[in-house]
Design a protein around this ligand. Sequence first.
Ligand code: CMC
Length: 433
Amino acid sequence: MTPSDVKATLSFSDGSPSVELPIYTGTVGPDVIDIRKLYGQTGKFTYDPGFMSTASCNSKITYIDGDKGELLYRGYPIEQLATKCDHLETCYLLLKGELPNAKQKEEFVDAVMNHTMVHEQMQFFLRGFRRDAHPMAVLTGLVGAMSAFYHDAMDIDDPHQREISAIRLIAKMPTLVAMAYKYNIGQPYVYPQNDLSYSGNFMRMMFSTPCAPYTVNPVLERALDRIFILHADHEQNASTSTVRLAGSSGTNPFAAIAAGVACLWGPAHGGANEAALKMLEEIGSVDNITEFIKQVKDKNSGVRLMGFGHRVYKNYDPRAKLMRETCYEVLNELGLHNDPLFKLAMELEKIALEDEYFVSRKLYPNVDFYSGIVQRALGIPTSLFTCIFALARTPGWISQWEEMITDPEYKIGRPRQLFNGAASRDVPEIGKR
Ligand code: CMC
């Protein structure tokens, strides 16, 4: 990184000497002020819980312009990737920085599809879970356990071993999610079939049984593939930052990504698609929208309009538009164009977009507003929605982890704090406490 000619000067009202701080300019987006030497120079930390104004790394992978509603993977707009590419091409792009040519694509698809099967022993590990456990609890465990099953390629200083782990994660995640589902409903696991597409294979592992032939519906296959593309990466979001922070200690990629899966589970992040669908079901009918919106506006109610709002997008989330389009296609294909939840969602969106509360706070639908309806139509149970998100986000997590490991400026992440607790004191005798 080369500092720009402009510098920031930080001065203090108590007469302490001011300090000059370097500024770096990216390709696009806000400049950053380099505060790495601030503590050494002033004895002061910066304070930014929630990282509202902090760039935690420099990255070449994903760019979001929240005001324009723009999302680029390696420079390519999400709208073009979602319509012109498939998920494995998108994975290649995220990992390697460029879209594959025909030969590179063939080799990559081959590599991924030849790693789809998981160690046979994995099913015995899975059996240790209660059948009624939340699939995200199971998936967190399964991904973490990959480091016990695939420890032959975990030297993070070896680029070849890192690549094998990346391929294994992308390839095996669908198998693990499908196994968690089959275990939950008491059906036999379905082994992967590698001549299918990435998404088609996942649908077969999820929805087929050994008792009947299964044909992949191409419209639904494409819809699922689009869900994967739209969720594949999203800059330094909470789960990706978690993967980077966990990985910064030098832990293996499976452990780091298991931490990302755990973070994603929360309702403010990946859990929002599940929460959004539950919310629509609870609202139940268009007649109840006004009362629901009233509750959302009441700060004491604790009710939020799930699938709305975003830390970065202060204009329409571009993924939400694409997801709404996919929603139409899937419901039409399945003859569900009168789906009451879809109608309810569109009406709720219309009302919210005209309401001063949402307008003034720049709250727009995010990707999760419609993804739940699509997934439900595909036959995916609500409790599995966040697992689908985790599966889709895996290439983003592993690409960001790879970028961090190979960054010459990479250091273990170690934030500091503003300490407000008790200063040093003596432990009193038990009778005097
Ligand atoms: N419904 C009602 N009010 C909201 C909502 C919402 N969904 N989101 C934000 N607000 C209000 C919030 O109450 C606050 O109002 P005020 O200024 O009067 O106190 C204002 O908008 C700013 O909210 P914030 O919580 O400070 O914003 P944030 O940037 O910290 O939160 C968010 C972003 C995504 C956590 C939040 O918008 C939210 O909880 N949304 C619902 C959950 C959701 O859909 N999450 C999925 C995000 S997209 C998928 C992903 O990347 O994981």
